[in-house]
Ligand binder design. Structure first.
Ligand SMILES: [Zn+2]
Length: 377
């Protein structure tokens, strides 16, 4: 009997081990920088006249996520990106090194995917040297060390796709000299990336920093900058050629900038920019959801690094009407942010989660061997 029991236990272990096999070949992480629950609700009311009418609302698993850093109840984008990318809480301003601690490099989810031979990509409306993309692709003591971050991206982690703004040490020339095929306009992005290279290195460097608000400069997005959803579609077209899956991070960065009121004096314009940048993220999510219908082995997570602006909706109207809102401040807050998910492992995005847990959800859903440190160069 005991023997039978042990065989049975053995079988159960086998079955549960088999069930724990990799299930998500592809992981797409969307980060709305500065996108708290009210930012999402305001965008939804404007777009649909309802509180929960966005594409992200249709993802089957959602909840709220805490975002505190190692040394502050209110995180910055660097510490939050590091938590997503490595599963470790660090101090504000730190880019994927152990601080507090001995400062050693913390291997990122992007590096783990690199190590398994999968393809990787970063897409943002910020400079690619900004704290959010840097958290996945660089190891530095401070987010302001832009040239060192550029060197990490171009010479060390080398994501297969980098689409966003340039910055000190990252322009068309430096990307080309590091082996990237480069586009600098929207048209080039669409035409140039018809490569059939199986392990491509493609850079879309659009301007020397963050993009302009879509609401204020829509014509720029026709003549020069690609929209976030266009960059996402191009990235997916390239990364999906991988036989070993891919990791893609997509950031809508200007939700945060409007929350800080950067380059915006008028609160009504600030609100409209905030809402349209959230809707730009939602359009990109739509592209990914369509992709996942054809590739069901894709985990999609949509969340934020922190809230920004202490936004409160005062009055809503029908679709197409800007809601009346009150902004409480021009900086980040520590309030929990929304998280939405679909695909293998998405059920682990519980009603209450934490930003460092997102790393574990992505890594375990993808079956990554995270006991073995990824090459952090
Ligand atoms: Zn910010």
């Amino acid at each position: 009997m005991k023997c039978c029991q042990s065989v049975l236990v053995g079988l159960l272990v086998c079955v549960s081990t088999a069930m724990a096999e990799p299930r998500a070949a592809n992981v797409i992480l969307f980060i709305g920088d500065g996108m708290g629950p009210e930012q999402v609700r305001a965008a939804s009311y404007y777009a649909t006249g309802r509180a929960d009418g966005l594409v992200m609302h249709n993802l089957p698993h959602h909840g709220l996520m805490t975002t505190h850093s190692a040394n502050n109840s209110t995180t910055d984008s660097a510490a939050s990106a590091t938590a997503f990318a490595t599963g470790v809480k660090v101090n504000n301003h730190v880019i994927s090194v152990q601080r507090p601690g001995d400062g050693h490099d913390l291997p990122t989810i992007l590096e783990h995917f690199n190590k398994r031979g999968a393809l990787t990509g970063l897409v943002t409306t910020d400079s690619l040297l900004g704290a959010t993309p840097a958290g996945f692709s660089a190891h530095q003591e401070h987010r302001k060390l832009a040239p060192a971050i550029a060197d990490d991206i171009l010479r060390k982690t080398q994501p297969n796709v980098i689409f966003g703004g340039g910055g000190p040490g990252l322009d068309a020339e430096s990307a080309a000299s590091a082996g990237y095929t480069v586009a600098t306009t929207r048209e080039q992005l669409i035409n140039l990336f018809k490569t059939d290279d199986q392990t491509p290195h493609l850079a879309g460097i659009f301007g020397g920093g963050r993009f302009d608000y879509y609401h204020r400069k829509p014509q720029q997005y026709v003549s020069n900058y690609p929209r976030l959803y266009e960059m996402t579609a191009q990235a997916l077209a390239v990364l999906s050629r991988s036989e070993k899956g891919f990791f893609l991070m997509v950031e809508s960065a200007l939700i945060d900038k409007s929350g800080h009121s950067q380059r915006l004096d008028d609160d009504a314009v600030r609100t409209r920019c905030n809402i349209t940048e959230t809707l730009e993220l939602d359009k990109a999510v739509h592209v990914a959801v369509d992709f996942a219908r054809v590739h069901p082995d894709t985990l999609i997570i949509v969340t934020a690094d922190h809230e920004c602006g202490d936004l409160h909706i005062v009055q809503t109207g029908d679709a197409g009407q800007w809601p009346t809102v009150r902004w409480g401040r021009k900086d980040h807050t520590g309030i929990p942010v929304p998280i939405f998910a679909t695909g293998p492992g998405a059920e682990r995005c519980s009603p209450k989660t934490d930003n460092a847990e997102v790393f574990n959800i992505m890594a375990e859903s993808a079956g990554l061997d995270i006991a073995e440190p990824a090459a952090a160069n």
